[in-house]
Design a protein around this ligand. Structure first.
Ligand code: ADP
Length: 191
């Protein structure tokens, strides 16, 4: 089972993806986490990505597709994969579809978390204090929200056209409540 989780910055998608991994056994593959790790390690990829990420912009498609291509086979070897933060653009979605098709796989479900924007700003500014992420400044957050709305709808439409179940899930409430909604949505979509 290959799933994708979408959510605007601060929607709690990383938290939910970790729970899906823990409770439903799908391997969590977060491109944001991978990039932050590369930045922290000072790798060539990390050096290229650091400034782009800090500004809230997207790193180049080729760079991110390479990262996923290297990690997908191992992740796919298990019960399933939950992609978090990827694909973010139509080109990334097309690249992903090709990689999966080579293994006889395809995206099985898409979950999109919906959270009102005023809740998001509060959550992110709180996270900025706790975790000190370089891209949790007001300007970078606003830029990431703009990017999210502009690009995500195109990717969701891409999957709807392929008759992949695209589930919009209410992301407000406690993490437990949100997780139960996701569990229900995935259950429905997988038949
Ligand atoms: P958020 O959802 O809070 O914006 P992520 O952890 O998913 O955070 O991503 C953080 C940053 O990493 C993005 O703003 C972007 O710069 C970079 N990034 C992550 N995934 C991708 C991707 N698929 N394509 C391009 N850039 C990405």
């Amino acid at each position: 089972m290959i799933g994708v989780i979408f959510g605007p910055p601060g929607s709690g998608k990383g938290t939910q993806a970790a729970r899906v991994e823990h409770e439903l056994g799908l391997k969590h593959l977060s491109t944001g986490d991978i990039l932050r790790h590369e930045v922290a390690e000072g790798t060539p990829v990390g050096r290229e990505a650091a400034r782009i990420m800090a500004a809230g912009d997207l790193v180049p498609d080729e760079l991110i597709v390479d990262i996923v291509r290297r990690r997908l086979p191992e992740a796919e070897a298990g019960a399933g994969v939950l992609l978090d933060g990827f694909p973010r653009t139509l080109r990334q979605a097309q690249a992903l579809d090709r990689m999966l098709a080579d293994e006889g796989h395809r995206v099985g479900f898409v979950v999109a978390l919906d959270v009102p924007e005023h809740d998001l700003m509060d959550r992110i500014l709180h996270r900025a204090q706790v975790q000190g992420r370089a891209d949790d400044t007001r300007e970078a957050i606003a830029e990431r929200m703009r990017e999210y709305h502009k690009l995500t709808e195109a990717v969701l439409d891409h999957y709807r056209r392929q008759d992949v179940a695209v589930e919009r899930v209410d992301g407000t409430g406690t993490p437990e409540q949100v997780f139960e909604r996701i569990r229900g949505a995935i259950g429905l979509s997988s038949g």
